[in-house]
Design a protein around this ligand. Structure first.
Ligand SMILES: C[S@@+](CC[C@H](N)C(=O)[O-])C[C@H]1O[C@@H](n2cnc3c(N)ncnc32)[C@H](O)[C@@H]1O
Length: 251
């Protein structure tokens, strides 16, 4: 728990009443900005309007996706020293959970939030995990990835809470599709893509035609709002696969 959280926790019960006091909300924001480094880093990210930014909050926790990560581990069972990229790894808990399941894998973590990457470096100190402060993967290096994991990144909390009819200007399908194209270029043929909590459907992208849903994980009903290629809210999005295997390279 952060220092700020431990400080304000005793006031949780009084919060609704405190919020009604004149000036209380702006004062609380200033206090939080001064005392909570994660809040501060997210405030600056939001303000900078970085074109690559998807989800702003770095919320994560250890063991957040036990079933999904176990499915990925099963799908990678025949690969030795698989190269796994965690895109939007936040403070590294996700990599820690995956390392426990796939100990011989080689991990790379990327996050657009410099503060989160610093926390991840501290958490994963003494391991061979490579942690990069960036908003995209960029052109493929010599070794592409056997799996790319992208959990709770390609979304915005505001869309899930307020369900506006259109997702622009917060996010757009074009931006989602560009991120998927970046993943696709950096994934080996036969490689796996694990996507959870996105505001768009992987199957709506052009690249998805060269992928098949992997049998190791059953389809699930989405827990986030879904928007179509036209950036309009989809009233009732059906179940979707979360784990995909790349079958072929782009022509
Ligand atoms: C809600 S957290 C998810 C953390 C972790 N993947 C999980 O599911 O527990 C979203 C993370 O995505 C990061 N993020 C947002 N846009 C990004 C981008 N373009 N490139 C890399 N990271 C990004 C944020 O900084 C944040 O740490």
């Amino acid at each position: 728990m952060s220092f700020y959280r431990s400080l304000v926790r005793p006031l949780d019960r009084l919060k609704p009443r405190l919020k009604r006091l004149p000036g209380a909300v702006p004062l609380a924001r200033v206090l939080r900005y001064c005392l909570d480094a994660r809040y501060r880093s997210e405030w600056h990210l939001r303000r900078a309007r970085a074109p690559d930014l998807f989800q702003v909050t770095g919320y994560t926790m250890p063991g957040r996706y036990p079933v999904l990560f176990a499915g990925l581990a099963r799908a990678l069972a025949d690969r030795r020293a698989a190269r796994i990229l965690c895109f939007g790894c936040s403070s590294g808990e996700e990599i820690e959970s995956l390392r426990a399941l796939i100990p011989d894998a080689v991990f790379v973590g990327i996050d657009i939030n410099r503060h989160s990457i610093a926390l991840a470096r501290r958490r994963l100190a003494g391991t061979a995990v490579l942690l990069i402060h960036s908003g995209r993967i960029g052109p493929p290096g010599e070794a592409r990835f056997d799996a790319i994991v992208c959990m709770a990144v390609l979304q915005r909390t505001e869309l899930n809470q307020q369900l506006p009819a259109r997702c622009t200007p917060l996010l757009s399908f074009a931006k989602f599709e560009a991120a998927i194209a970046d993943f696709d270029r950096n994934l080996t043929t036969g490689g796996l893509l694990l996507l959870q909590h996105s505001n768009f459907r992987f199957t709506d992208t052009a690249a998805s035609k060269r992928y098949a849903a992997a049998a190791e994980l059953p389809a699930r009903l989405p827990e986030t709002a879904k928007y179509g290629r036209d950036d309009r809210l989809i009233a009732e999005a059906g179940a979707e696969a979360l784990l995909y295997r790349k079958l072929a390279e782009a022509a």
